[in-house]
Design a protein around this ligand. Structure first.
Ligand SMILES: Cc1ncc(C[n+]2csc(CCOP(=O)(O)OP(=O)(O)O)c2C)c(N)n1
Ligand SMILES: [Mg+2]
Length: 671
């Protein structure tokens, strides 16, 4: 499996000069030793992971990557960053928690990124960056830029679902990615020999249908050679490669050094003499390229560089609270009021048709918009929301994915980070569970962890709620779960007109948007929808019906129920105002408060389980901020606290409908 690496003499021309490679390896070593020292002194805190012993991989790979190739790191990535040209001072500053740090002190060692150098970020979730590299490679492939992506990860990470999903996706789509597995023998305390059944991790490549190779990761020339060949294959359309770099972690797992080192002493003994730095030094001496004097000069040079980085970073301003909230979301766009819907039955659309029209118009308007998901292509989506788009825009932009929610959501994130606007469909919001790390820890947090710099213009469309007798794993309304995570915009339209305009805004927004399409609305009457492209500003509620006695704040599929209740109770002399928040994050509390000020009575209704549902947040907000406007406690209407049952009657009894909302209104008026 492993190729014969070139010697110093037959090393191909055009590679980074040998002395520069040596200098970079020494620079990384010096940086890491200084960082470990500062950690022990309490100047660096939290956690940081030393790559001492693994420098040849970072330097060898970066040496043959183009400046424009994408780099995705992991938790042990200082070496990758330095080899790719990251600024030492900004790296140190980040670890010191300074505002001048790469992430303004909001991310720390594990999240350093430099998008200007095409370094897409590192990761505190083992294996999670792998699908991002696939997404970046997808951007490169679709744009035909000739760029490739290199993903670094450990032997432990190679076992993660995201790793398998990403690699399968990359191989299936022949994406230009190189997967560099740094097998440093251990995953925290676990010896890699106890974590796999194959001989070498690279053997797994065959299972993905890609080239696999074992590489001596402590030989910088071997690394250069293998990565160069893999990059060439990636660029020429041969698809990804899996390179298993055998290496060794010389330091403890983390700079905290708070755990006993349980590694087998025999392994340490075997690997210590293979330290890549003295090994390269010997090679260069033997080749007559380096001598004592040269070594001293280079050592002095890197020590000065690291000392200068530390000194300047230490004097920098500390991280600031002013950067916290502005780093969570990119600013939402403003839009003029949408056009009036025409008074013509020919322009009436149902919910799904409105979604389809929005997608069509956004795809037509912006070549960066792509649609991905299971069965979104020729079959047109499980609920037909993408029908006809494959025929119109082709398989590059309307992409059927393997069954790999974590893989394709992560791929969407990588594509979004690199300039595309992916609209990813999850057939059911329940399936978000399979992709939850990518949603919760990646899409939602990347911008914040990177100091508020990147935008992640990703839309995750998913059907939500019950009504189709699909049982407990296909019928949940999980909006409260998403709304609880800072960094996610959560949109929940209640009618075709809003669905079209809100989806357009979601696609054009620079933030990750969870777009919830409630199934019960698919069966509602068609309504008049303007033909042209329009967008509805995110964070603006709508007063769907004006009234004076009771406000019903209704979400999604309960809006039509609330309207029905309003009509039915009118003859009894109850005037009901219906407010549809439309977006839960950001939440338009002003419109809600204005309505409460008028009616003094509030019912909050949604299809989701009432306990800890989003209605609790609305009720709490009203209780706290509109208390003196209330004449009675806020009443919540939601589903009981059990999963959705299958039987028709039981499902009906579980879903809150007009009867429950009407009862809640009556309870207020009789209170
Ligand atoms: C999903 C996840 N599980 C567990 C951890 C805790 N953890 C951090 S690093 C690590 C070991 C990773 O091993 P490997 O991928 O081989 O990388 P190495 O640390 O050896 O460089 C573990 C278990 C984590 N950060 N993320
Ligand atoms: Mg490891």
């Amino acid at each position: 499996m492993s190729a014969v690496p070139p010697t110093v003499q037959d090393r191909p021309a055009g590679r980074r000069p040998l002395l520069e490679q040596y200098r970079l390896m020494l620079l990384i070593r010096c940086f890491e030793e200084k960082a470990a020292e500062l950690f022990q002194e309490g100047v660096i805190f939290g956690t940081a992971h030393s790559c001492v012993g693994q420098e040849a991989i970072a330097v060898g790979a970066a040496g043959v990557m183009r400046d424009t190739d994408y780099l995705v790191g992991h938790h042990r990535s200082h070496g990758h960053l330095i080899a790719a040209g990251a600024d030492l001072r900004r790296m140190m500053a980040e670890m010191f928690g300074k505002r001048t740090g790469y992430c303004k002190g909001l991310g720390g060692s594990m999240h350093i990124a430099d998008l200007s150098l095409d370094i897409l970020g590192c990761n505190g979730i083992v294996g999670a960056g792998i699908p991002h590299a696939c997404g970046a490679a997808l951007t490169a492939k679709l744009r035909g830029t000739g760029q490739a992506a290199v993903a670094f990860f450990g032997d432990g990470a190679a076992g993660q679902g995201a790793a398998h999903e990403g690699m399968n996706l990359a191989a299936t789509w022949k994406l230009p990615v190189v997967f560099v597995c740094e097998n440093n023998q251990f995953a925290l305390s676990a010896d890699w020999r106890t974590l796999r059944a194959v001989e070498d991790l690279a053997d797994r490549a065959a299972g993905y249908g890609m080239h696999g190779e074992v590489v001596d990761g402590n030989d910088v020339l071997a690394v250069e050679d293998a990565v160069d060949r893999a990059l060439e294959a990636a660029r020429t359309g041969a698809g990804p490669s899996f390179l298993e770099m055998k290496t060794f972690r010389r330091m403890q797992h983390s700079m905290r050094t708070n755990l006993p080192d349980v590694r087998d002493p025999a392994v340490l003994e075997e690997w210590e003499p293979k330290d890549p730095l003295p090994r390269f030094e010997r090679l260069l001496r033997d080749a007559g390229v380096l001598d004592d004097e040269g070594i001293e000069a280079i050592r002095g040079d890197v020590e000065t560089a690291v000392a200068a980085a530390v000194e300047t970073a230490l004097a920098d301003e500390d991280a600031s609270v002013d950067d916290l909230l502005p780093s969570v979301f990119g600013r939402h766009r403003r839009y003029p009021a949408p056009p009036e819907p025409p008074d013509s039955p020919e322009r009436e659309l149902g919910f799904v048709a409105a979604i389809r029209e929005a997608l069509d118009l956004e795809l037509a308007a912006d070549p960066d918009v792509i649609v991905m998901g299971e069965d979104v292509g020729r079959v047109g989506g499980l609920f037909r929301a993408t029908e006809g788009l494959y025929e119109q825009y082709g398989s590059d932009r309307i992409r059927d994915t393997p069954l790999t929610e974590s893989g394709f959501v992560g791929c969407g994130i990588g594509a979004a980070l690199t300039g595309l606007r992916p609209v990813v469909e999850l057939q059911f919001s329940d399936f978000a569970g399979v992709a939850f790390d990518q949603i919760m820890n990646q899409a939602a947090k990347l911008r914040f962890m990177m100091g508020g710099t990147p935008s992640v213009p990703l839309v995750l469309r998913m059907t939500s709620g019950g009504g189709l007798r699909l049982g407990a794993q296909h019928s949940q309304s999980l909006e409260a779960l998403f709304a609880h995570i800072p960094g996610l915009v959560v949109v929940m339209p209640s009618n075709p007109f809003d669905a079209k305009g809100l989806l357009a805004a979601a696609v054009q927004d620079d933030n990750p948007v969870i777009f919830l399409e409630q199934k019960l609305l698919f069966f509602g009457d068609p309504v008049s929808v303007p033909e042209e492209r329009y967008a509805i500003e995110l964070g603006k509620a709508r007063v769907v019906r004006e009234g004076t006695d009771v406000t019903i704040v209704a979400l999604g599929a309960t809006v039509p129920h609330a309207l029905r209740v309003a009509r039915e109770l009118e003859p009894e002399g109850v005037s009901i105002e219906v407010v549809d928040p439309r977006t839960l994050v950001p939440l338009d509390t002003e419109t809600i408060a204005r309505s409460v000020e008028k009616t003094h009575h509030v019912v909050v209704a949604h299809e989701a389980v009432q306990f800890c549902g989003f209605g609790s947040e609305i009720a709490a907000h009203i209780g706290q901020h509109c208390f003196w406007d209330l004449d009675a406690p806020v009443v919540r209407v939601g589903a009981p606290f059990y999963p959705m049952p299958y039987h028709k009657d039981l499902e009906l009894a579980t879903l809150p409908g007009p009867a429950e909302i009407a009862a809640a209104v009556r309870s207020l008026k009789t209170a």
